[in-house]
Ligand binder design. Structure first.
Ligand SMILES: [Zn+2]
Length: 280
């Protein structure tokens, strides 16, 4: 899988994508309080069972895990997945123009959304979830990096333990299911870093963890031209491109306006992750 060299250090990704470190603890406390009602007796019993089941499993490798391509080699039908995160918290904006562009161009996409973003954008979320062009995926309840041993990356706020990882994944899946009638099939941890035990947790909760194979560079404040170049350089059959739709000030739409015609010329089709198979 090709990883495109970012134009700025990856630490910038964290700074731009996540709440700042200052009043973080208080903010996190408030955020958790907002979801207090989710911790029902039934949920706590479910979580306890899962912690008992997986508690002895070692954390394993801490890494970015890429989506395994289900694409068949040798086919001349090329498919690429455009994925867009909405991180939430202080970053709960909505790039409406980008979503409208995807609709206009009939480009299917997978949207990884946090519980925090949903809370701030309830009507928009309902509208996106209703649109068959988009697949709703899970980006965590509070946008915490999922590590069962509390490891962090780029200074990003992590989960403390296995129980926290379950909260992050399961509570947002339940939230999405409650609002859409359907549990998400894919999970992406904040920063895309996570550990092998978290992959098992996700699997146990009916989800596959998805990283990316093409870094667009939007979170590094790349220009539309650079992002477009990154996407085109990384485009392969089965590639997963990571972008964001919670920052209307980032030129994601402009980048796609440059890259999409060229991708189409090269014979690529766009696919939601759940449809990520080669058509006969
Ligand atoms: Zn994020």
């Amino acid at each position: 899988m090709t990883k495109v060299r970012p134009v700025l250090p990856l630490a910038v990704f964290a700074l731009l994508c996540l709440p700042a470190a200052g009043p973080q603890a208080r903010q996190r406390g408030d955020e958790r309080n907002a979801f207090r009602s989710y911790y029902t007796q039934e949920y706590l019993a479910f979580k306890k069972r899962l912690v008992e089941e997986l508690g002895k499993v070692p954390p394993g490798k801490f890494s970015e895990f890429s989506k395994r391509s289900k694409a068949e080699p040798g086919s001349d039908h090329k498919v690429i997945a455009l994925t867009f995160d909405a991180c939430g918290g202080r970053h709960s904006g909505y790039n409406k123009a980008l979503i409208e562009y995807l609709r206009r161009e009939k480009i299917p996409a997978t949207l990884f959304i946090t519980g925090l973003w949903i809370e701030e954008n309830k009507e928009t979320f309902a509208e996106l979830a209703k649109d068959p062009l988009f697949e709703i995926a899970n980006h965590g309840l509070l946008h915490r990096l999922c590590s069962t041993e509390g490891r962090s990356k780029y200074g990003v706020y992590p989960t403390r333990d296995l129980g926290d990882v379950i909260d992050e994944m399961e509570l947002n899946s339940r939230k999405i299911a409650e609002l859409t009638g359907r549990r998400p099939l894919f999970f992406r941890s904040a920063t895309a870093f996570t550990d092998e035990l978290s992959l098992k947790v996700a699997q146990r909760l009916g989800m596959e963890v998805v990283g990316y194979s093409v870094l667009s560079g939007d979170a590094m404040r790349a220009s539309a031209k650079t992002m477009s170049r990154n996407i085109l350089a990384g485009a392969r059959h089965g590639a997963v491109v990571i972008m964001h739709f919670n920052h209307p000030e980032w030129p994601v739409q402009e980048a796609l306006e440059k890259a999409v015609p060229e991708l189409r010329k090269r014979g690529f089709d766009f696919s939601r992750l759940e449809d990520f198979t080669v058509k006969p």
